[in-house]
Design a protein around this ligand. Structure first.
Ligand code: FAD
Length: 288
């Protein structure tokens, strides 16, 4: 079946307040941001006879701004806006890099950060950076506001912990304080554009006196049901020097947090091998 627009009712709120109120009255309505995920399903008729909550008129949710201790990205900011924003480029370059790898120019110009999160694909490319930056997702509903660490947003493949009637308002990135000694975003796909990740990684490492690791955060997308932080490898590495035995053990521990699968894009073995190599080279201080 094809999408039949004449069967749909489009609600067009002009403010966040109106969007929340309309959604509270009809929690079965389908939020629409940039429409890049939405249109794929629309095209096969999945939204026929549905109400659509078009968020594009909520201008406040497009803004990217700084607070004293963080940068706040409105849910409707597009990947193109994020990848070019001076504050993001300076403070959170891994997110800018991730947004620059999403689809191609057309998708980046329409696709939004809020839509990427709400869609909750295991291959969402913004998630590894959001995890290492310990982003906080701001949600709003008629019941009020709620904050969720990004690590608590994903419940499984295409499933989130958002409650009925909740919309994503913004994503807050707390300032890092000290600049990391090393940082990486790496996406591995079939092509440079229009590629869904086989694996995607983001990492931050801060070295202190004598080469002892002060802070280490590393996450992968596409190799588990949701994007994941390597919690065990992180705990192992912090407080130690990056000796070969520590790096070997961190690479071994990585497997406790991931569960890559065979699918049309890649095999479990390839995903694991490439991901392990990315982690190893990052810990060894070798980007290539
Ligand atoms: C050709 C193509 C290539 C792509 N390539 C990539 C890629 O490389 N990497 C990648 O990560 N993704 C990719 N995507 C997926 C998609 O572009 C992104 O997930 C995008 O960020 C979705 O944002 P959107 O604004 O278009 O969301 P929409 O399509 O408008 O919405 C997506 C979902 O989120 C919900 N939603 C949207 N906004 C909100 C909100 N504020 N609050 C609550 N729910 C909301 C909608 O109801 C819907 O369920 C690709 C898609 C296509 C079609």
């Amino acid at each position: 079946m094809r999408g039949a627009p004449e069967t749909m009712t489009v609600l067009r709120p002009k403010s966040a307040k109106e969007a929340v109120s309309l959604y509270a009255q009809d929690t079965g309505a389908m939020p629409l941001a940039g429409g890049t995920d939405f249109m794929v399903l629309w095209n096969i008729g999945l939204f026929n006879n549905r109400k659509i909550l078009d968020l594009s008129g909520v201008r406040d949710w497009r803004k990217i701004s700084a607070t004293r201790t963080s940068v706040v990205i409105g849910a409707l900011a597009t990947h193109a806006e994020i990848r070019r924003h001076p504050l993001i480029l300076k403070e959170f370059p891994l997110l800018a890099e991730a947004c620059a790898t999403i689809g191609a120019a057309q998708i980046q110009n329409r696709g939004t950060l809020g839509g990427n999160i709400a869609n909750a694909s295991p291959a969402g490319d913004t998630f590894p950076p959001l995890l290492v930056y310990e982003a906080v997702v701001h949600l709003v509903s008629a019941r009020g506001k709620r904050e969720l660490p990004i690590s608590e947003v994903f419940a499984g493949v295409k499933r989130t912990t958002l409650l009925k009637g909740e919309l994503i308002e913004s994503v807050e990135l707390p300032s890092l304080g000290k600049r990391p000694t090393r940082q990486i975003f790496r996406k591995v796909g079939m092509r440079l554009a229009q590629a869904i990740s086989k694996t995607a990684a983001a990492g931050l490492l801060t070295l202190g006196k004598g080469g002892v690791v002060e802070d280490f955060r590393f996450s992968f997308g596409s190799i588990a049901q949701t994007a994941v932080r390597l919690t065990e490898a992180e705990s192992l590495v912090v407080g130690k020097k990056l000796a070969p035995s520590v790096i070997d053990e961190a690479c071994r521990l990585m497997e406790r947090n991931v569960s890559p699968i065979d699918d049309i894009r890649s095999t479990r073995e390839y995903r694991l091998e490439v991901s392990r190599n990315i982690l190893r080279r990052f810990l060894e201080g070798n980007r290539t």
